[in-house]
Design a protein around this ligand. Sequence first.
Ligand SMILES: [Zn+2]
Ligand SMILES: [Zn+2]
Length: 138
Amino acid sequence: MKIDGRCLCGLITYEAEIDQSKISLCHCTDCQINSGSAFRIATLVGKDDFRLLTGKLKSYIKIAQSGARRALSFCPECGTHIHGSDAENAQTYSLRMSTARQIRELTPSIQIWRRSALGWLSGLDTRVKLDEQQPMPR
Ligand SMILES: [Zn+2]
Ligand SMILES: [Zn+2]
């Protein structure tokens, strides 16, 4: 499936060819911190199936417990995460799917690091549900 996406400020744009049956959701604590959210949604894309159209990514090198060096790449302007890859010899990118325009059509089929998943996710419900943002109190 062909997708396209962008960062929040629009500096970074890309297109990619993905396998929509292989969308994964990662609950690891690094993904929680790095995404600022409950989990990260990603899929692996071969380097030839990803094309950066505009902008230049900045990378943070994360050293995993195994010693593996991962480049976590993001927009240098707004900080939106675009992909993760091997720091030295990237053959695949773990593309961050929330940046894709087609995100609503992409349903994750795998969850990893379930042991770090936030407990309230399974029955996610809140007392208040607003279709848009709450008006700011004055
Ligand atoms: Zn940006
Ligand atoms: Zn993770």
